[in-house]
Ligand binder design. Structure first.
Ligand code: FES
Ligand code: FES
Length: 150
């Protein structure tokens, strides 16, 4: 089956039980999606699939035939970060970074649809992403900062 991942066209041959996160990490070597709970709770496996935030541990790889998948790696680089990444850095909104793929992609998706979100909307958008380090105050502040910078 064919996929587009972070702009590259790839061909894969997944086992029927492989999830999309398995393929992204194990076959394609992406470290910009992470495996946590594998049951849809933590959000660290989040990627954009055809523009929508998706927990890739919940998607069988075979169901993603032809999809356009964007991971955190497609957003920015260390020297040229995406504005939401800059905002998370500026607000010290992470420590270990394990939750960042989901946090940042959820924020990017929110701001694409809702450029000036309320705190309640930000909290709702981040609610599928668990962070065991920082709590959520700084993450909310980071999304607020990214919205103000647009
Ligand atoms: S690994 Fe997918 S939601 Fe936790
Ligand atoms: S920064 Fe460590 S889990 Fe969020």
């Amino acid at each position: 089956m064919r996929l587009q991942v972070d702009g590259a066209h790839v061909q894969i041959d997944p086992d029927p039980e492989d999830t999309l996160v398995d393929v992204l990490r194990d076959e394609l070597g992406s470290t910009a999606v992470r495996v946590g709970c594998r049951n849809g709770d933590c959000g660290t496996c989040t990627a954009l699939v055809d523009g929508q935030c998706v927990k890739t541990c919940l998607v069988l790889a075979g169901r993603a035939e032809g999809a356009r998948v964007e991971t955190l790696a497609s957003l920015g680089t260390e020297t040229n970060p995406h504005p939401v990444q800059e905002a998370f850095l500026a607000e010290y909104a992470f420590q270990c970074g394990f939750c960042l793929p989901g946090m940042i992609l959820s924020a990017v998706t929110l701001l694409a649809d809702t450029p000036s979100p309320s705190d309640a909307e930000i909290r709702n958008a981040l609610s599928g992403n668990l962070c065991r380090c920082t709590g959520y105050v700084n993450a909310v502040r980071a999304v607020r900062r990214a919205a103000a910078a647009r």
